[in-house]
Ligand binder design. Structure first.
Ligand code: PHE
Length: 461
């Protein structure tokens, strides 16, 4: 079934559904708990500029590469790479990239499901009014108590994973598309509501200042790494999720236009999330903290002090849950599509098996916060920290690097020209330079620097 114009798994009803689906994959926990904070910490507006450059110069070319490979093959990333390497007589080793992607998807989903479960739990806690007028001690104690209770965490993780399995099991059109049609517009509406709430909270000017005031002194060598890593994770690149989604993109759609729209949407959501979160934090005289602390302690605390805080706080966590589920479904697609193709298996059955494996792996993450908090895989990395580190800092960059190289050098020019609709030599050269040189070099630099460590590099000078 080489190079067919349709995928056996189904097709997005329009290019807009692809844009929404890929944006759903891109917009996730990374946008909401990570981007706002690292921006504030790494020089505000200056960091935003660096981040935008990473998105434009590395993120966009690699995403174009993924979509174009996916659409050319119209199968799961593994079979697509297998077919394309055979068809164009390239080394079969290229296929390893997509195997690594499948593995990365499993690893990321295993902990993603746990953290998304926390968000579900907090929808309930906020709606109950638990944090109304609460003290800072109470908010952090509440989070610590939750983390100390593996059964609670497993319960919410199970709920989230079950929902994910249910959606993906129903298929590309009935499952994925339906979820995306509902969740994405709601996500945008909720974000808009929260933005309005943030603007009126009294801390807007301070929030804007924290995120955007140009602060070149806070930009360090590491800021560049952080910006690149974030661009990568947030755009869901390097593991085949976007390649799998690209396989369902109608042939008539312009890949470049779709990809640019997705990158812009993802960035807008990340910035809007910051502009919704920080004003309420500052309005209460609180200090922004990082990661889990920001989302599960500071944010509930801040909402608890504000009028209608329980309602808007619950809305915030519904938003986080929607963002997480539309990312989670994309994390399963490469493996799911492959198993369906390989064993001619029923999608729903495969979905359940995959869900169970990820759920089991996720128990390691759950226990990393309590019973096994002193079990370290290497150094001081708990199971959760290790899985997070290896998938995000090693597997995704490596995957992205090879995907870009494959698209730029292993695929015949004619394939790329026709998939991207390149008209004229200027565009061909532009693609080659961005996809074949700038993007892989950018990733390679980050990859090496992350592994060696920025401090070691600083010592050299
Ligand atoms: N982009 C998602 C986020 O920002 C995470 C993700 C990574 C999803 C890789 C799919 C693939 O949270």
């Amino acid at each position: 079934m080489a190079n067919s114009s349709e995928s056996r798994h189904g097709m997005w009803s329009s290019r807009w559904l692809f844009v929404l689906a890929a944006s759903g994959s891109a917009v996730g926990l990374g946008n909401i708990w990570k981007f706002p904070y690292i921006t504030g910490e790494n020089g505000g507006g200056a960091f935003v500029l660096i981040y935008l450059a990473c998105v434009a110069l590395v993120g966009v070319p690699i995403m174009i590469a993924e979509v174009l490979i996916g659409r050319e093959g119209r199968q799961s990333p593994i079979n697509t790479m297998r077919m394309l390497t055979q068809q164009h007589r390239r080394k079969p080793a290229w296929v390893l990239v997509s195997w690594m992607g499948v593995l990365a998807g499993f690893l990321i989903l295993s902990y993603y499901g746990v953290i998304a479960g926390w968000a579900l739990f907090y929808v309930m806690r906020m709606a109950e009014g638990t944090f109304n007028g609460a003290s800072a001690d109470f908010a952090s104690q509440a989070f610590n108590d939750f983390l100390a209770d593996p059964w609670q965490m497993v319960f919410w993780q199970t709920l989230f994973m079950a929902l994910t399995v249910y959606i993906v099991g129903r298929g590309v059109v009935k499952g994925l598309e339906t979820a995306i049609r509902w969740f994405m517009p709601m996500l945008f509406v909720l974000l808009f509501v929260l933005l309005g709430y943030g603007i009126n909270s009294g801390g807007f000017a301070q929030g804007v200042d924290f995120m955007f005031s140009f602060n070149w002194e806070s930009v360090t060598g590491e800021s560049f790494l952080i910006a690149m890593g974030q661009a990568f994770f947030t755009l869901s690149l390097g593991m085949g999720a976007i390649m799998a989604y690209g396989a369902y993109l109608p042939s008539s759609a312009s890949i470049t236009q779709c990809v640019v729209t997705i990158a812009v949407l993802d960035t807008v959501v990340a910035i809007a999330a910051g502009l919704a979160i920080f004003p309420i934090v500052f309005a209460n005289g609180l200090e922004p903290s990082q990661g889990p602390g920001l989302m599960f302690v500071t944010v509930p605390l801040a909402f608890g002090q504000l009028p209608f805080g329980a309602l808007f706080g619950a809305i915030f966590f519904v938003l986080v849950s929607f963002a997480a589920i539309t990312s989670a479904i994309s994390l399963t697609e490469p493996a799911l599509a492959y198993l369906v193709e390989e064993y001619n298996a029923k999608r729903s059955r495969v979905a359940i098996s995959l869900g169970v494996v990820c759920w089991l792996l996720g128990i390691g993450t759950v226990l990393s916060f309590n019973e096994w908090s002193d079990v370290f895989v290497v150094g001081d990395l708990t199971i959760f920290a290790f899985v997070d580190y290896v998938s995000q800092n090693i597997m995704l960059p490596l995957g992205g690097f090879f995907i870009a190289l494959f698209a730029a050098f292993a695929l015949p020019k004619a394939v790329v020209v026709s998939q991207l609709g390149l008209k004229g030599r200027v565009w061909e050269v532009t693609w080659k330079v961005l996809g074949g040189v700038v993007a892989p070099l950018g990733v390679l630099t980050v990859f090496i620097v992350t592994i060696i460590g920025i401090d070691t590099i600083k010592d050299w000078f």
